[in-house]
Design a protein around this ligand. Structure first.
Ligand code: FAD
Length: 429
């Protein structure tokens, strides 16, 4: 079998190294088998190996091949839901725990980048821009809440006039600047984690999709095309690519596709003319636009999504129209790369953590907030495997309802809902 390739993208073209882990062949017995080599699986494997467990990681394609190697790279503060909403939904105590957890996630990520010298273009700053005037009061309220109640002072309001100096577009009504949020090259972060796993003794196998997971009180058996792993513990970290591997986890998530493009290099001056301070941007549209400049001064722009098993035939044109809405001045810029990836969302947009019988753990459905939260998910999964599940359980007890209709019928309802909201976006409502 020829080795699977990373999807062609700006990230794959600028990867720090070409991962080269073998395919699983034969039988292996380990303490823990991690299935999935994205941020969640790699971080779980690394933290488990550091705790002294023997760990094997099975990746169906290449490490970082999934959403982790293709995303916008925005390391947004907090959970996908605002703290005010979480307080109402879960009570003060758990909302505060989730905030602390997200702050620790940043520190953990930076710690790993430093410790393992991961070259992934980590840069501070995200501007969250109000797409509609009616979004400004909510942003203002959120900033006041975070500054006041949480003492988080890295966040401030940016009014329309100031924003126009920072960003070469008239599209937005103001913004919130978060100088402790960040952006990075996600595939290089994933490859750095894989190298750290390898050095910590994790046995990584690429091109080795788990075909079945059988489990009883004697342990767990995971089969691939050419091999078998026996393990006391299993971590399922397949997210949007879970497919049919574990039918009990599947109804909790909905795979959706997001798309990105990279322009030709615009030169440092050209890049700074668009985004003065080299921060990343996301906008409060229901179907989010997110963008930033790369280390070699391209605009990396994410926009548009679909809910089918197929990507648009021409991703470059599909995303370019969203980019030109923001920056019409880029009409002559060549688009060098266009790619898509699949992420998983949950009904309440909070990640779904859980455990099944016989020591099977999972974390999935990061709903567009996974760059920050997945590394931490791996850390608390490792704690839970070691017998301290307190922090894992803060997430595990968040109600994660199944999508109505289960895996078969979940799409029609979602598509109708998503199309309705994206229509409101277009109407500026
Ligand atoms: C285009 C795009 C833009 C995004 N932008 C952002 C952003 O800017 N900020 C943000 O926070 N989030 C963003 N996200 C979401 C973020 O990328 C994800 O939440 C995160 O990467 C999920 O990581 P993961 O490890 O759980 O899953 P993945 O990275 O998808 O990894 C799952 C892995 O499991 C493997 N796998 C699946 N089945 C099997 C099997 N049976 N056997 C072995 N291996 C298997 C897959 O091959 C895959 O490599 C974006 C996603 C996309 C697609």
């Amino acid at each position: 079998m020829s080795k699977p390739m990373h999807t062609s993208s700006y990230y794959a073209a600028t990867a720090n190294y070409d991962s080269d882990f073998p395919q699983l062949a034969g039988e292996l017995t380990v303490d823990v088998c991690v299935i999935g080599g994205g941020f969640t699986g790699l971080s779980s494997a690394l933290h488990l190996a550091e705790r002294g467990y023997s760990v094997a990681l099975l990746e169906g394609q290449r490490v970082g091949w999934g959403a982790s190697g293709r995303n916008g790279g925005l390391v947004c503060t907090g959970q996908r839901k605002g703290q005010g909403e979480l307080e109402e939904m879960l009570g003060e105590e758990d909302a505060r725990r989730l905030w602390d957890y997200a702050e620790e996630a940043k520190a953990t990520m930076r710690g790993l980048i430093d410790k393992h010298d991961i070259q992934c273009d980590y840069k501070p700053g995200i501007l969250t821009c109000a797409y509609k005037k009616s979004h400004m009061p909510e942003i203002r309220e959120d900033v006041a809440h975070m500054n006041g109640k949480y003492g988080y002072d890295a966040m401030r309001m940016v009014e329309k006039d100031e924003l126009r100096q920072m960003l070469a577009t008239d599209m937005y009504h103001g913004a919130c600047l978060d100088t402790d949020a960040a952006h990075l090259h996600p595939l290089n972060y994933a490859l750095g984690l894989a190298k750290a796993c390898d050095q910590a003794g994790v046995k990584i196998f690429e091109g080795s999709p788990a075909q079945s997971l059988q489990s009883n009180t004697q342990g767990n058996v995971i089969r691939t095309e050419k091999g078998v792993i026996r393990a006391n513990y299993v971590v399922v970290a397949c997210n949007g690519y879970l497919g049919r591997l574990e039918p009990r986890m599947a109804p909790k998530i909905m795979p959706i596709n997001n798309f990105m493009i990279a322009t030709e290099p615009l030169g440092e001056e050209g890049a700074r003319a668009l985004i003065r301070d080299d921060v990343a941007i996301d906008a409060t549209k229901f179907v989010v636009d997110y963008y930033r400049c790369s280390a070699d001064h391209r605009l990396l722009f994410g926009g548009g999504e679909n809910y089918s098993s197929k990507f648009p035939s021409d991703i470059k044109s599909f995303v370019r129209k969203y980019m030109l809405d923001v920056f019409p001045q880029l009409k002559d810029a060549k688009i060098d790369y266009g790619w898509g990836g699949t992420l998983a969302i949950t009904l309440n947009r909070m990640p779904a953590f859980g455990r099944l019988e016989n020591n099977i753990f999972y974390a999935q459905g990061f709903s567009g907030q996974g760059v920050l939260l997945t590394t931490m998910a791996g850390k608390v999964i490792a704690e839970a495997v070691s017998g301290t599940a307190e922090r894992f359980d803060v997430f595990a007890r968040i109600p994660t309802p199944s999508f109505p209709g289960g895996t078969l019928l979940r799409y029609p309802g979602l598509v109708a809902g998503m199309l309705y909201y994206s229509m409101l976006d277009k109407l500026g409502k």
